[in-house]
Design a protein around this ligand. Structure first.
Ligand code: SAH
Ligand code: SF4
Length: 374
């Protein structure tokens, strides 16, 4: 009896472009096969290797034996009344992550997760409150884009819509899962894959300074900074990573990032408005002075409530007043409209996993390890 365990197949979604080229070379093929296969998978949405007709029959047979194209499993899909769609996706053994698609006129923005949970533990964030569980692999990150793109219908050429923008603003801190996130963003911008321009791929970060510097060496995607407070004292409370990388260090690293890009950049600053915490006119004033050093656009996000949080959303008037102050100071200041609130798909409401007791304990442990590594 043959007791040898079945060989696990290589998931082609988990290989970067370079790794795909290396893989083909390792089986005696030319590296350009990587581009061919990327086109099939990401441009055409094809997962059946036998349909990849510009590969020889022999090669297809070989690939069928050794490889697979396996996107993460969809647990559930939810639809909001405003057209926003949320996918709950299973990753690994027991984690659930969320991805959100926001259609607006001819735009379709996809909000992608980079980690299951998050160790940064911002005081206003539902994802942070559940702690860190695991980093997503490249297959799980680019797999989200693949799933969403395929949801518009196949073949891709005749699909009803396309993904026009990707924001790394789902669950997790993308810069703490650096390599898979960077490789996934490369595929999003690859003309043979999703072909998005660097301005249509946005990475949002709470401010992991050394990683912003690292990013400037390998990518020039749009960078968004989750600032949320105009001084260190308040930011230490809201975004605890600030104790390690305070505001001025963060802004200096953003300046270096902007300088490394070969086009003119205006950095988007995200600022959650929490009633009575950071939404006073004195905060707006402090913010306007702080940001004089950096060409920036300010995106105000009225706090989205979630179970277990004591914070409140400020009134519409308070939000307007804050915005007007910044506008008068010359800043382009927008208020992010809340989308998908009815299905808990709005910013900071992404929780994903079932929060049982054992899982919480396990997460607390993993969280400690991740925090030490930051
Ligand atoms: N970790 C990264 C990206 C994911 S969070 C970051 O923090 O930038 C994506 C955005 O949602 C961030 O701007 C974050 O500050 C915001 N957000 C988190 N919790 C929120 C809440 N309760 N209400 C509104 N926005 C929230
Ligand atoms: Fe993590 Fe971003 Fe949430 Fe902060 S806001 S806990 S960094 S996901």
């Amino acid at each position: 009896m043959n007791t040898k365990p079945a060989k696990t197949k290589i998931n082609l979604l988990s290989l970067s472009k370079q790794e795909l080229a290396d893989f083909f070379v390792s089986i005696g093929e030319k590296p350009f096969r990587a581009t061919q296969i990327i086109k099939w998978i990401h441009q055409r949405g094809v997962s059946d290797i036998s349909l990849m007709t510009d590969l020889s029959k022999d090669l297809r047979e070989k690939l069928l034996k050794e490889c697979e194209i396996r996107a993460p499993e969809i647990e559930r899909e939810e639809y909001s009344e405003d057209g926003t769609k949320k996918w709950i996706i299973k990753v690994g053994e027991k984690d659930l992550i969320e991805m959100v698609l926001i259609p607006e006129n001819d735009r379709s923005t996809l909000c992608v997760s980079s980690q299951a949970g998050c160790a940064v533990d911002c005081s206003f964030c539902a994802t942070g409150k559940q702690g860190f569980s695991r980093n997503l692999g490249l297959d799980e990150i680019i797999g989200q884009v693949w799933i969403a793109a395929n949801s518009f219908g196949l073949p891709r050429e005749s699909a009803s819509r396309n993904i026009t923008n990707v924001v790394m603003m789902g669950m997790g801190e993308p810069l703490l899962n650096f390599i898979p996130v960077v490789e996934a963003m490369k595929l999003m911008m690859d003309d043979n894959a999703y072909g998005l321009s660097k301005r249509k791929v946005t990475l949002s970060t709470s401010g992991i300074v050394p990683k912003i510097d690292e990013l400037s060496k390998v990518s020039d995607v749009a960078l968004t900074i989750s600032l949320h407070a105009p001084n260190d004292q308040l930011r230490n409370e809201l975004v605890p990573i600030n104790k390690k990388y305070p505001i001025q260090e963060l802004l200096d690293s953003v300046k270096r990032y902007v300088a490394s890009c070969d086009d003119k950049r205006v950095t988007t600053i995200e600022y959650i408005l929490i009633d009575g915490i950071n939404d006073d006119l004195s905060h707006a004033e402090e913010l306007s002075v702080l940001l004089e050093q950096l060409p920036s656009k300010i995106n105000l996000i009225p706090f989205n409530a979630f179970e277990g949080s004591n914070y409140l959303k400020p009134s519409g008037n308070r939000v307007k007043r804050f915005q007007e102050y910044l506008k008068n100071k010359g800043y382009v200041t927008t208020i992010r409209s809340t989308r998908g609130d009815d299905i808990m798909a709005a910013c900071g409401q992404l929780v994903g996993q079932v929060n049982d007791k054992t899982r919480r304990k396990e997460r607390a442990q993993k969280n400690k390890i991740q925090i030490k590594a930051i």
